[in-house]
Design a binder for this molecule. Structure first.
Ligand code: ADP
Ligand code: MG
Length: 616
């Protein structure tokens, strides 16, 4: 048989390598900005258009390149940063693999203009899909400008794989945050589609954080400082009360390089344990300085995953340092976390005046009358019982069942559909008995047996359909706030807010001025209490941060889901009987009753037959 193995041509090899280095426009931004940092630039400009798909330009005032170097820099494995393998263990630069420029040039139209301090004249090189189109001498300032156009022009599959401009833009912003945070001593500017996004002067770390995440961030920061033989830790954590629903503000830098480390993240979570509300995330900006020989950054082409020699020690030091800061800055005693959550004042009631308890006798109460749903109230208001302690009546009974794991009981359920009640409207009329089990389920009887409803999921379904309807027919009712609320957000959160603002208005939000670090809220949907606004907005930002859906339908859907999730009755909340009945009725008035908006089963049915079979 003839020999069949061949060496791949360079441009093919480069395209393959590009697959690892360049996943999306933000990867180009990362590589080029890192090159500018390595070239010791003190000023770096980033310009992008259409989420970086049409244009990315990075201009630096670094040391530039000679004509020969400029040409060579696009060759694979061409680097000025290391010469021998041992150099890998003493890295002081971001790059060292010599792959970035070759990869980028293989999949885009690239134009580089560069000049060194000593040269009189600069060089311009144009490369398209690894082919040098022109190389000429030009008049240029000291430094390098890299223009990358039409990313993936020759790999349509990759280009189609890119997300919407907004999503790609968000990735670029994330990358910009990371690099500019890692190098506060360098001035950065960032322009998107012709408008000015960031102007960051050279500064210290704290001011850089504040410039990026907004003025209000300053008061949230607590310094973290520790120096040991293994590591020098510096930076800031955010006070626990500012923990957010989103994970946006969590940064580790190792030797001025942004890194991801689930392991060290865990150390920080450990230090914050018990100090933050469940479901929220602490913010942190931590610099770790270690000897270059004790860290391996070569394990992944994008170099965000690194390996430390002595991770366990690092973990312990970091955890105790963060704990120490939390204690030292008196953050801990302000909060009492040993309290039983069930005894805590509900979130919305915290600022209410405490009045003298009163016994109110309802003189019109007729114990023989059926319980009726609350008239005229909106779908969302399920009140909690006013008579506290009634559950104690059942204390003895409960104890008897203790130890039975309810989830292990297997019910044989029939195929359930929304018409579990015989007549169309029978659902509303026939519910006379409801019972709340474990502050989680509402149990009600039907002709053929009983239904066990998950209260939280049922309420999610009710609210979801209500909000979706509001959005589609634009009939939401909003309540004016007496004093408009001003909430502070980071610039990237503000940009998300602007994208979803129109839909937020259709559910009942009314906005005043939106500027770079804050938003004024003048009105909220009727179902939303003023004290919940901050939490809801944070949840929205967090959900939309992952990805803002492109079309307006999926945007509405996501909005309705988030609101339903945030505002629904939760497991652990006691509902009075009237609310229980109303919830059941509202649920069965929904278009879809079997599944929650998150595709979870809302209820199960247990027929009399099922029960009888258990007694055999
Ligand atoms: P690496 O950064 O891993 O060395 P690159 O492909 O990113 O590989 O760059 C190749 C070489 O081109 C670098 O080693 C550097 O010498 C030179 N270079 C790239 N960008 C710049 C820049 N902005 N200013 C000066 N030199 C640069
Ligand atoms: Mg590089």
């Amino acid at each position: 048989m003839a020999d069949i193995i061949r060496l791949l041509p360079d441009h093919v090899a480069n395209q393959i390598a590009a697959g690892e280095v360049v996943q999306r426009p933000s990867s180009v931004v990362k590589e080029l900005m890192e090159n500018a940092i390595d070239a010791e630039a003190t000023e770096i400009q980033l310009i992008v258009k259409d989420g970086g798909k049409t244009l990315i330009q990075i201009v630096d005032n670094g040391k530039g390149m000679s004509g020969t170097d400029a040409r060579l820099s696009f060759e694979r494995h061409a680097t000025s940063k290391i010469q021998k393998a041992e150099d890998l263990f003493n890295l002081h630069t971001k790059g060292f693999r010599g792959e970035a420029l070759a990869s980028i040039a293989a999949i885009a139209h690239v134009e580089m203009v560069t000049k060194t301090e000593d040269d009189e004249i600069g060089t311009r090189i144009k490369i398209e899909g690894s082919k040098v189109v022109t190389q000429e001498v030009v008049v240029a300032p000291k430094g390098t400008s890299m223009l990358v156009k039409n990313l993936f022009f020759n790999i349509p599959a990759r280009r189609n794989f890119l997300k919407s401009d907004q999503v790609e833009y968000r990735h670029i912003t994330d990358e910009f945050h990371r690099i500019s945070l890692a190098h506060p001593q360098v001035a950065f500017s960032f322009y998107n589609n012709g408008s000015d996004v960031f102007q960051l002067p050279a500064n210290d770390f704290r001011k850089r954080i504040v410039h990026i995440f907004g003025r209000k961030t300053d008061e949230k920061l607590v310094p973290v400082e520790e120096e040991t033989q293994v590591v020098k830790i510096s930076g800031y954590i955010q006070k626990p009360e500012f923990a957010k629903k989103s994970r946006g503000e969590q940064f580790f830098f190792a030797n001025n390089r942004f890194i991801k480390s689930p392991y060290l993240h865990h150390a920080i979570l450990g230090a914050f344990e018990g100090l933050i509300r469940p479901g929220t995330h602490p913010g942190y900006f931590i610099n770790l300085e270690v000897a270059p020989s004790t860290i391996d950054i070569n394990i992944h082409p994008t170099k965000t995953e690194v390996k430390f020699d002595d991770e366990h020690t690092l973990y312990a030091i970091l955890k105790s340092t963060v704990k120490h800061s939390l204690g030292q800055f008196n953050v801990i005693p302000a909060l009492d976390f040993d309290q039983n959550q069930n005894l805590e004042t509900p979130y919305g009631d915290q600022r209410k005046q405490v009045g003298i308890p009163q016994v109110v006798v309802d003189s019109s109460f007729n114990p023989f009358e059926d319980v009726k749903p609350i008239k005229g109230s909106s779908a969302g208001n399920y009140s909690k019982p006013s008579v506290k302690g009634w559950e104690n009546l059942y204390a003895g009974l409960d104890a008897g069942v203790e130890g039975t794991n309810h989830s292990t009981i297997e019910f044989e359920s029939e195929v359930v559909n929304s018409s579990i009640f015989d007549g169309e409207n029978e659902a509303v009329d026939h519910i006379t008995t409801t019972f709340q089990l474990r502050k989680k389920y509402i149990i009600t009887t039907i002709k053929s047996g009983m239904v066990v409803i998950n209260q939280s999921r049922a309420h999610q379904r009710v609210l979801y359909e209500k909000f979706l309807k509001n959005i589609t027919i634009k009939e939401a009712v909003s309540q004016q706030l007496l004093f408009p609320l001003t909430l502070s957000f980071s610039p990237s959160e503000i940009s998300i807010l602007k994208e979803i603002k129109e839909n937020l208005c259709t559910v009942g939000f009314v906005f005043g001025a939106i500027d770079e670090d804050g938003v004024e809220i003048k009105g909220v949907p009727v179902l939303v209490a003023e004290s919940e606004v901050q939490m809801i907005m944070e949840q929205l930002m967090s959900d939309f941060q992952q990805e803002v859906p492109g079309d307006s339908f999926s945007q509405s859907d996501m909005l309705a889901k988030t609101l339903a999730k945030t505002l629904s009755v939760k497991t652990g909340e006691t509902l009075d009987e009237v609310s229980q009945v109303k919830l059941v009725n509202d649920l069965f008035a929904c278009k879809e009753t079997t599944l929650s908006p998150f595709n979870k089963k809302v209820y199960i049915m247990i027929t009399e037959n099922d029960i009888e079979r258990k007694f055999i």
